[in-house]
Design a protein around this ligand. Structure first.
Ligand SMILES: Cc1ncc(C[n+]2csc(CCOP(=O)(O)OP(=O)(O)O)c2C)c(N)n1
Length: 582
């Protein structure tokens, strides 16, 4: 059997799609893909699109995303999606072609020997869980099994196998290939830390459980929710898990962080115990570390030991290094009666009512579509089961601040890497992973569309049910807001007046033969959203937003989470923070 046929046969045990680029060193892999009846391919217009689609393929369906790209420029283009997967713990298998073995340099100091030769393994080392160049054909089964194992086990992430062209063409005897046997290294539970957790819980009057990406990855959301319900424990989600829990649940305190909600932030800042599950508490979640939830004892549970080292400077009182699927069972068994105060529930309810993010006055704006109104109405109109993929920047924040998810909706983006243009390519991976059976909603800023505009040719070509909403504020809104804060509005390269022009997207999409429409102001929002959602097939809707629209509320740099912009009066803030003193 030809080695490349074997590779594809093997990966068809894990998945049914590959996102591909072409080139001299992957013609054999692509040929084998085309001949394998279990596999389908989507050839991306740019390999970056392939990598983003593969990332989303897994997020939408739980099936392994596979990327094929030629040596040198091809595989280099895929680093964007690889980074998205690595930083968000998403599995993925990258197969790169390499020149024939004889054209791969041996002397480290030599820059390049073969055409398009590149030290791919070195380049991707810091963004993969495992990366290897195949040395001999007989190792192929071992390497594929090892790579896939590492991609999926523990904290998942992407892996890469670099396949020299001559080895791809080599004949192998399938029966004689050695296999990979993983060693079972279970993380040992530290019982004293579980005891400490229970002790802290027994003392707590105002606890909050924070459910991070680890909860999604380990698929433990329902199990944790059972505990939350049983013991009536208030909880907060991160952006990664907003779609797993009802926003109107009285125990859900709402989102917290630099770009979140006032009610969520007041809750976190007033808590006396935070149990943080599978969340790395990054800067956008905590603001200034020394001012983050200073009244709370903190328990951090994470599968990755490195996340427990307090590099983010948040002092943790109890660290538990364990897989959440294991922890949830221990937690359930060990939890005793808890002493949450009645007034803790009451005040959380009050904050949610008092500080809505989508304010009534936004609906009265006449000239443009207000982004909060738009996302409020979009969330009301989307159906259960829809898949929603926001992109990056201000429109991403507006989305998460205003959107109210419905049951069984899937919402994801590349949370930690957040490259502009993610959602257009990701939507393709999501659509094909679900056999186009669900509607895919891609949301993107006008500045980001151009980063992956080429992939809409595939959306048209495969007639994928993707509804694209461009939030058109004529430039890089979020960057402008940052410049407003630090550099007195000296905009550089972020709108037409500062040297960066934005094309007319209606014309652009028309030339790709994709239907398009526009929302010009608040009054058109409801009707146009309905029209777009009722349209069969791909469609783009350009939503006109004021170039001056800003993220509200937002944290001032250096301030604690409870002190967001626009400023509340000192007395109002103090009143909200008084609960901890009483
Ligand atoms: C590939 C890439 N380059 C640069 C950035 C830095 N960056 C983050 S947001 C942004 C501007 C995005 O503008 P737009 O898509 O119009 O979104 P808006 O803020 O206006 O909603 C930039 C340049 C990035 N995230 N990704």
């Amino acid at each position: 059997m030809k080695l490349s046929d074997y590779v594809i046969k093997k990966i068809s045990d894990y998945t049914n799609y590959a996102f591909t680029g072409q080139g001299g060193s992957v013609v054999h892999l692509n040929d084998s893909l085309s001949k394998n009846k279990k596999m389908k391919i989507i050839p991306a217009q740019n390999e970056q699109g392939a990598s983003l689609a593969a990332d989303a393929f897994y997020r939408a369906s739980g099936k392994l995303g596979v990327v094929v790209a030629t040596s040198g420029p091809g595989i280099l283009n895929t680093l964007q999606g690889m980074a998205c997967s690595y930083y968000d713990s998403i599995p993925g298998l990258y197969l790169s072609g390499a020149p024939v073995t004889g054209s791969i340099k041996k002397n480290k100091k030599l820059r390049q020997l073969g055409f398009q030769e590149m030290q791919v393994v070195d380049i991707v080392k810091s963004m993969t869980k495992y990366a290897v160049r195949l040395k001999k054909a007989a190792d192929i089964r071992y390497e594929i099994e090892k790579a896939v194992y590492y991609s999926l086990e523990g904290r998942p992430g992407p892996v890469l196998i670099d396949l020299p062209d001559d080895l791809q063409r080599q004949e192998i005897n399938e029966k004689k290939l050695k296999s990979f046997k993983p060693s079972n290294k279970l993380i040992k539970i530290n019982h004293s830390s579980i005891k400490k957790l229970n002790y802290l819980f027994s003392k707590s009057k105002r606890p909050i459980i924070i459910l991070g990406n680890g909860v999604k990855i380990s698929k433990t959301d329902k199990k944790f929710y059972k505990i939350i319900k049983k013991y009536k424990i208030p909880f907060a989600t991160t952006w990664a898990t907003t779609d797993l829990f009802e926003i109107n649940d009285s125990l859900n305190v709402g989102s917290f962080g630099v770009y979140a909600t006032r009610h969520g932030n007041f809750s976190i800042q007033n808590a006396d115990l935070l149990i943080i599950l599978g969340s790395r508490m990054n800067g956008t979640q905590i603001g200034t570390a020394s001012k983050f939830a200073t009244n709370a004892k903190k328990v951090l549970v994470d599968i990755d030991k490195s996340e427990l080292k307090e590099e983010n400077k948040v002092k943790v009182d109890c660290k538990i290094n364990i897989d959440l699927s294991h922890f949830v069972k221990i937690f359930e068994k060990s939890l005793k009666k808890i002493k949450t105060e009645k007034k803790w529930y009451e005040i959380i309810k009050l904050w949610k009512k008092k500080y809505p993010t989508v304010q009534k006055k936004y609906f009265k704006e006449k000239q443009y579509a207000n982004p909060y109104v738009f996302f409020d109405r979009l969330s009301k109109n989307l159906k259960k089961n829809d898949v929603i993929i926001p992109d990056a920047s201000a429109n991403l924040v507006w989305f998460y601040q205003a959107f109210q998810p419905k049951k069984n909706q899937k919402i994801f983006t590349a949370l930690n890497h957040s490259p502009m243009g993610y959602s257009l390519a990701a939507a393709i991976g999501a659509a094909v992973s679900l056999n186009s059976k669900k509607e895919i909603i891609a949301i993107i800023g006008d500045g980001s569309v151009q980063m992956n505009i080429q992939e809409i040719e595939n959306i048209k070509n495969y007639n994928l049910p993707i509804k694209m909403f461009i939030i058109d504020n004529q430039g890089y809104g979020m960057v402008k807001q940052t410049i407003d804060t630090w550099l007195n509005k000296n905009y550089v390269g972020c709108d037409k007046s500062s040297g960066l022009s934005i094309p007319d997207f209606i014309k652009v999409f028309n030339s790709y033969e994709i239907k398009s429409t526009e929302i010009k102001n608040n009054f058109e929002i409801e009707k146009k959203i309905k029209q777009v959602l009722n349209f069969k097939g791909p469609i783009m809707c350009n939503v006109k937003v004021s170039p001056n629209a800003r993220i509200i509320p937002k944290l001032k740099p250096g301030f604690p989470l409870h002190d967001m912009l626009p400023n509340l009066s000192r007395s109002e803030i103090e009143e909200q923070m008084r609960i901890i003193k009483n």
